[in-house]
Design a protein around this ligand. Structure first.
Ligand SMILES: NC(=O)c1ccc[n+]([C@@H]2O[C@H](COP(=O)([O-])OP(=O)(O)OC[C@H]3O[C@@H](n4cnc5c(N)ncnc54)[C@H](OP(=O)(O)O)[C@@H]3O)[C@@H](O)[C@H]2O)c1
Length: 235
């Protein structure tokens, strides 16, 4: 299998790279990184710097990429060194809102736009993006974090729309949104105090759970929003 991990330098992305590199059925992993690369050095893994908000860079990079069996997009932000997610809509800052949109929602669409030809091999394939349960409109009972929630809801709608389009044009591909569970990474670090005991996953645990879900996927499952344990989440 040829695999692309977009955002391979992140907590969850690097765990995907590490776990998949150990599998004998995986031939090659292209892992993209943005501001920093990973310490993981493995003969199967090719690290490539890529800003996933830069369409021209994605186009140039995609043109050099081989056929893809699985693409997993693990890019995202929740906070910056200067700003955290909002507690109230009174805290809305247009630049932070748009940054959430451009990093959490847009990359999946740009990857689909520039890589669709790499899935035209006819073998069952996967186009998965890490979303978040808090992006579910129906499941939103707590409020808050409006830029992050809205960007993940936009991502979810983008993936659902892509799944419908690719059902016609690329029927071998399962397009899915995944919820990883609360996972111990830089993204969740400032918000881990209130996580109930036993519900903060290591990246390795979360990734192994999500891989069990991906392994069972068939092209007919395209268009679903799935949690780490396989639960089908409401959009
Ligand atoms: N951790 C959780 O509890 C949790 C829960 C629900 C959903 N999620 C989702 O899981 C995904 C992975 O999050 P994580 O916890 O692994 O966070 P993380 O450790 O902060 O990783 C985020 C990744 O996004 C990349 N990234 C940010 N801006 C980018 C850009 N412009 N271009 C390319 N890459 C960019 C980062 O690259 P650099 O570091 O190289 O800049 C990094 O690889 C995110 O979509 C997040 O929303 C996480």
């Amino acid at each position: 299998m040829n695999i692309v991990i977009a955002g391979g330098s992140g907590g969850i992305g690097s765990a995907f790279v590490e776990v998949l590199a150990r599998r004998p059925d995986v031939e090659k992993i292209i892992a993209t990184c943005n501001s920093h690369s990973s310490a993981l050095d493995d003969a199967k893994v090719i690290w490539q710097p890529l800003d996933l908000t830069d369409e021209a860079a994605i186009g140039d990079w995609a043109a050099q990429t081989d056929e893809i069996d699985w693409l997993i997009n693990a890019t995202g932000i929740l906070h910056t060194p200067a700003q955290g997610p909002e507690k109230s809509v009174r805290q809305i800052d247009p630049a932070f809102f748009l940054m959430n949109m451009s990093i959490n929602a847009l990359p999946a669409l740009l990857l689909a736009k520039h890589l669709h030809g790499k899935f035209r091999h006819g073998r069952p394939a996967v186009f998965a993006t890490i979303s978040a349960r808090v992006g579910s409109i129906e499941d939103n009972r707590l409020g808050g974090w409006v830029s992050y929630r809205a960007s993940k809801a936009a991502l979810n709608m983008s993936l659902r729309t892509l799944a419908i389009e690719w059902r016609r044009t690329l029927p071998n591909v399962a397009v899915v949104a995944l919820h990883p569970g609360t996972t111990d990474t830089a993204l969740s670090k400032p918000f881990q105090r209130n996580v109930p005991h036993g519900q903060l996953f290591t990246p390795g645990y979360s990734v192994n759970c999500m891989l069990s879900v991906l392994e069972k996927l068939k092209p007919a499952d395209s268009g679903q929003f799935l949690a780490f344990d396989g639960e089908r989440l409401p959009w």
